[in-house]
Design a binder for this molecule. Structure first.
Ligand SMILES: Nc1ccn([C@@H]2O[C@H](COP(=O)(O)OP(=O)(O)OP(=O)(O)O)[C@@H](O)[C@H]2O)c(=O)n1
Ligand SMILES: C[C@](O)(CO)[C@H](O)COP(=O)(O)O
Length: 238
């Protein structure tokens, strides 16, 4: 089975709206619903678990019903950090998943994840045991030396930027979260499953990413998301 964990436990502070960014309406549809629809329509996704910010569970359930997200099987409470939210999602699957099941973790605020990206992350996970969506880096990266200057750069050919979706075999994922939270490894700051896995000594395998798979962090990202939707609608009309 291939089971998706969609994390939507954050409050979206940097977006600066009065509701969590995953519930903002864009052309009359909540951001989270765009994300869920892409998982709903992918033939290899068997079930969806949503990790939801506390107090919004009924709203999420109502949207799932309204938009026909029939694969949504579980809604789990979010944690205080992204890592706590993912952990809650993973632990909830303990009596549901088999060791060899593939779990696909995705940020609920990346609504433009597409079928090709999902297919590749699943295929690579079956091949290697895990897979993280990634893209080459096209800008120059410099290390900060002091507050105003730099004397060192990282050759961009040596870099990949990693995003979600990310897929892991359930047994390894469950083992990793238990160890990480018991030993406090890779769970603080901007840690995510990918960085935690590396801190635990695991090798990660790259899957194909997409420039369209943007993360909605600020209002500018919301504008970009709207522009993508409009351009795709216009393409339909052409
Ligand atoms: N306690 C948290 C924090 C974040 N997330 C999720 O992790 C993803 C990426 O996090 P980010 O973009 O940082 O979301 P927020 O924490 O909501 O944003 P901000 O930092 O601006 O408050 C989002 O889908 C968010 O809902 C979560 O499930 N639980
Ligand atoms: C997966 C991820 O891109 C980090 O690799 C994640 O989306 C990061 O979210 P955050 O804003 O840094 O919490």
């Amino acid at each position: 089975m291939n089971i998706a964990i969609i994390i939507a436990g954050g409050s979206g502070k940097r977006m600066g709206k009065d509701i969590p960014k995953q519930f903002i309406n864009v052309f009359d549809k909540p951001v989270l619903v765009y994300t869920l629809e892409n998982f709903q329509k992918h033939p290899q996704i068997d079930a969806i678990e949503l990790v939801c910010i506390q107090g919004w569970e009924d709203v999420a359930r109502a949207y799932a019903k309204q938009y026909g997200i029939t694969k949504l099987k579980w809604i789990v409470k979010g944690g205080n950090t992204g890592q706590e939210s993912i952990r809650n999602g993973v632990y909830n699957l303990e009596n549901i998943c088999s060791d060899d099941d593939t779990v696909i973790i995705h940020d609920g605020i990346r609504p433009l994840v597409d079928s090709a990206v999902l297919s590749d992350v699943i295929v690579k996970c079956k091949q290697y045991g895990n897979a993280v969506t990634s893209l080459p880096y096209n800008e120059q990266i410099f290390l900060i030396d002091d507050e105003i200057s730099t004397v060192k750069y990282i050759p961009r050919e040596t870099l990949r930027r990693v995003s979600t979706p990310q897929a892991y075999k359930f047994s390894k994922l469950d083992w990793a979260y238990h160890k990480a939270f018991k030993e406090e490894i890779g769970i603080y700051g901007s840690s995510y499953t990918n960085t935690m896995m590396v801190e635990l000594g695991e090798r990660l395998y790259f899957a194909e990413g997409s420039e369209r798979n943007i993360k909605l962090t600020t209002q500018e990202d919301l504008q970009l998301f709207k522009a993508y939707i409009l351009s795709e609608r216009n393409r339909w009309l052409d």
